[in-house]
Design a protein around this ligand. Structure first.
Ligand code: SAM
Ligand code: SF4
Length: 446
């Protein structure tokens, strides 16, 4: 079994100035914000750049190639992107050789307009469109191979996108406009990729899609996520499989039964509810009611009692009354999720909600509602996690932070422990000694 990162191939050192003669490697810095899909895509870009000998830099100022992997799901994320582009403009004025590449959800179909707004950027490419990146590199005299995206691995956990885009058009969401229609990757291609990742030392794979329950509907034989999980489960040396995000209107009994029956598939689901009120859910165009969601969670918990559940919720959707917000709060109290990602509604130009509704909930009210949910969830997560006190859990060790090893349990709980040994990529049994709403701490048993 290779050690993690062992198979990084250096194919063709880069000459920064495109001239002949001495080869100069480029130092690259990838700045990423947003969802797991963005993180996965940055991991793939790292693979491409590593495969041609570029070295990771530690900051913008230390780099001669910068890649911004952007998110515009909320205005706050977009503001960070715009601020960073401003900072890079200044840096490029001082260092004209600095190359700036931009990808992620900022990149819409009107790249001409983006080029006009951000003349400091050398290349804009749509999320996952590596042909553009490869062609750009080719024009500069460096050929990157299509398969090279796996070449730099520094963790035992990898993300594997299985379906791009989204066909749902929830009224608040910009993702379908930026990532396009759903396109599934062929099942065989995903299996080959995961086999290769495992050969390179990966122990855990997380399958990604905006809606993994749509996986396969556009493929010739219509395989679904359950079929894919069955195939992946037979890969020796792959210890764990995760997937996200599920959609409450689409998740199937077949998938829930598969999750219950396959040992390698971890007992964790991300099942965004978004609101606890039927009128708001209808205005959001989510395609389910509170009652349907409640029944779904009961079924999942009955079939998989040890399941851990995460959810997303939006507060301050246009017109959300105090009573409707209370409905969300009481659903969260009743469901007792392990993790909640809460966001204040942010109008996104071009979306249905932006066209049809006024953003009429004042920001102080949104903030107050957000804090109420955060407070409630801190108490719930604290109670749930305290049940781990004194228990032994299996942790896949992902790395070290401030002198402590860290990793996750099958149910996605973050665990820290101290030990002098080399635990990277190992499955450790940890006895939990201390718990908090956000993480667990313990000592190694074996
Ligand atoms: N596909 C997933 C789903 O169906 O929920 C999530 C994808 S979305 C990129 C991630 C989260 O961002 C959503 O679950 C939602 O809570 C939040 N989000 C999306 N658009 C938003 C908006 N306009 N304002 C506030 N939060 C938003
Ligand atoms: Fe956005 Fe809805 Fe698609 Fe999730 S399912 S990406 S929230 S449109």
């Amino acid at each position: 079994m290779p050690k993690i990162g062992q198979e990084t191939k250096i194919k063709q050192p880069y000459n920064q100035h495109g001239g002949e003669g001495k080869s100069v490697m480029q130092r690259y810095f990838i700045w990423t914000i947003g969802c797991q899909m963005n993180k996965a895509e940055s991991q793939q870009i790292t693979g491409y750049l590593g495969s041609v000998g570029h070295q990771a830099a530690t900051s913008f100022s230390d780099a001669d190639l910068v890649i911004l992997n952007t998110c515009v799901v909320r205005q706050s994320a977009e503001n960070k992107v715009l601020g960073t582009l401003g900072l890079l403009k200044g840096l490029k004025n001082k260092h004209p050789n600095l190359q700036i590449l931009v990808t992620g959800c900022l990149v819409d179909s009107d790249t001409q307009e983006l080029k006009r707004r951000f003349p400091q950027v050398d290349l804009l490419f749509k999320p996952g469109d590596y042909h553009e990146l490869i062609a750009w590199s080719e024009r500069r005299g460096v050929s990157i191979e299509q398969e090279a995206s796996l070449s730099t691995i520094s963790s035992p956990c990898a993300f594997t996108p299985i379906i791009q885009g989204c066909d749902n058009f929830c009224s608040y969401c910009i993702v379908p406009y930026r990532r396009g229609k759903e396109v599934s990757r062929p099942l065989g291609e995903i299996v080959c990729e995961v086999e290769e990742l495992v050969r390179r030392g990966i122990k855990e794979v997380t399958l990604l899609g905006q809606n993994v329950d749509s996986y396969g509907h556009d493929l010739p034989e219509h395989p679904d996520l359950a079929d894919l999980l069955n195939e992946l489960s037979s890969i020796d040396d792959l210890a764990r499989i995760r997937f996200l995000t599920n959609h409450p209107k689409d998740i199937s009994m077949k998938l829930i039964d598969t999750l219950a029956s396959l040992n390698k598939v971890c007992e964790h689901l991300e099942l965004p509810v978004q609101a606890g009120d039927d009128d708001i859910l209808r205005a959001m165009r989510r395609g389910y009611t509170v009652e349907r969601y409640r029944e779904l969670v009961h079924t999942i918990r009955r079939k998989i009692p040890q399941i851990s559940l995460s959810t997303d919720i939006i507060v301050g959707f246009p017109g959300e009354t105090e009573e409707q917000f209370e409905h969300s709060l009481s659903l969260l109290k009743e469901m007792r999720f392990d993790v909640i990602h809460v966001a204040a509604y942010s109008p996104r130009p071009g979306t249905i909600a932006w066209r049809e509704y006024q953003d009429n909930i004042p920001s102080e009210v949104k903030r107050e509602r957000l804090h109420k949910i955060e407070e409630l969830q801190a108490a719930i997560a604290s109670e749930i996690n305290s049940q781990f006190q004194g228990r032994e859990v299996e942790v896949l060790v992902e790395g070290r932070k401030r002198g402590k090893w860290f990793g996750r349990t099958r149910s996605n709980k973050l665990v820290f422990f101290e030990d002098a040994g080399d635990w990277l990529g190992q499955l450790a049994i940890i006895k939990i000694e201390k718990t908090s709403p956000w993480s667990l701490r313990g000592e190694v048993k074996k």
